[in-house]
Design a binder for this molecule. Structure first.
Ligand code: PHE
Length: 362
């Protein structure tokens, strides 16, 4: 009887060699088709088994099946090997070296207003304030009524308000918020005291000259507790302003003022000297107005569902752009919003130098 396993052994050797020398997944696939595809050599042998005599099938069957199994296994392991090698090569080629220093800033940078907002948030966060936010488009209630602006009172005009078109159904006119104080209202309506928040954001007033732009930024502060008083307000703000300007302390005065939503109200000024054409804080006989503040008016607490006999607190608000100009010597307000890349290259900050009180603010 001829050795019927001889051609099978040769076929197997050829296939295993072909698989072994394949260097790509596509080559492995070509061997698979040639052997196990519809018209492949092993498929042909398997089909031929049907026409064999039972004896021949009993003898050849296990050999052909064994051949198919070994070739299949060799194909699978070669494919796995090539897949892994391909992945390794890709990972290697796509690798990013995170230890490389960032490329030097060529254009743009962090806007001084945003830099100063980050600085302020970092300082107030250290004092235990959380950040609260509210919408730029407000309703009359949050921007005015709940803040104790009397209805139809000219105080509403005082803010040079941008009114939106009336709602066709209700006639209600939304406003672009004229200050960040509506965030006080939103916070008191949605949280129960004690409260300690700051609210940085965009504000809008119909005003445009050398020291006013229609859009500017404010940061609001609100503290509500059982026995919060003016002493807390004074210490909080003096501590903040000193740290913000990186001074050991500030020579400040609180000048009586009026806001509908605080009673008593004050503006905080810092002693300064402008005589040398340059602003020097804590020296001289001039005063620099920094911010508005006061004790939250009982009517405001009541509008927000807080019992003024149980709770009281203080609030403050200041212009962020103005503080940025003062701190970083930006002489003119308007170019701050002209998006001129040359201006930003000069006054901007590196995006990689996130301000924090531990490593320095600026
Ligand atoms: N909302 C005031 C303004 O825009 C600032 C302010 C806030 C004053 C909170 C007192 C208390 O002028």
């Amino acid at each position: 009887m001829p050795d019927s396993s001889a051609p099978l052994a040769i076929l197997e050797l050829e296939l295993i060699n072909a698989i072994g020398s394949a260097t790509t997944v596509a080559e492995v696939q070509a061997v698979r088709v040639a052997a196990l595809g519809k018209t492949g050599t092993i498929s042909g042998l398997l089909k031929g088994m049907g026409a064999m005599s039972p004896d021949a099938r009993r003898e050849q069957g296990p050999m052909i099946n064994g051949l198919r199994d070994r070739v299949s296994a060799a194909l699978a392991s070669k494919k796995a090997e090539l897949d892994a090698a391909e992945l390794d090569a890709r990972l290697l080629s796509e690798r990013i070296d995170l230890t490389l220093p960032a490329r030097p800033r060529r254009k743009g940078g962090v806007h001084p207003t945003m830099q100063v907002m980050d600085e302020m948030i970092a300082l107030f966060a250290e004092m235990g304030f959380a950040v609260a936010e509210g919408p730029d488009i407000e309703d009359d209630f949050h921007n005015f009524t709940a803040l104790n602006f009397p209805p139809k009172h000219p105080a509403r005009e005082m803010h040079d308000t941008f009114f939106l078109k009336p709602d066709p159904e209700t006639g209600e006119r939304k406003v672009l918020r004229t200050h960040t104080s509506p965030v006080q209202v939103r916070t008191m309506l949605s949280q129960t005291p004690p409260i300690r928040i700051i609210a940085p954001g965009r504000t809008f007033r119909k005003d445009s000259d050398a020291t006013h732009t229609p859009m500017f930024h404010q940061i609001e502060g609100l503290v509500i507790g059982k026995d919060i008083h003016m002493g807390h307000l004074k210490t909080t703000l003096e501590t903040f302003v000193a740290r913000f300007f990186e001074l050991d302390g500030v020579d400040a005065r609180f000048r009586p003022h009026h806001f509908p939503f605080t009673e008593p109200s004050a503006e905080m000024d810092i002693r300064c000297d402008r005589s040398g054409g340059k602003l020097v804080l804590n020296e001289g006989d001039d005063w620099l107005e920094i911010l508005g503040c006061g004790m939250v008016h009982p009517n405001v607490l009541r509008s927000c569902g807080i019992d003024p006999d149980e709770w009281q607190g203080f609030a403050f608000g200041m212009g962020v752009d103005r503080m940025a100009m003062l701190k970083y010597g930006v002489p003119d307000l308007r170019p701050m919003f002209e998006a001129d890349i040359r201006w930003l290259a000069h006054y901007g900050f590196s995006a990689f130098a996130a301000p924090n009180p531990a490593s320095g603010l600026s």
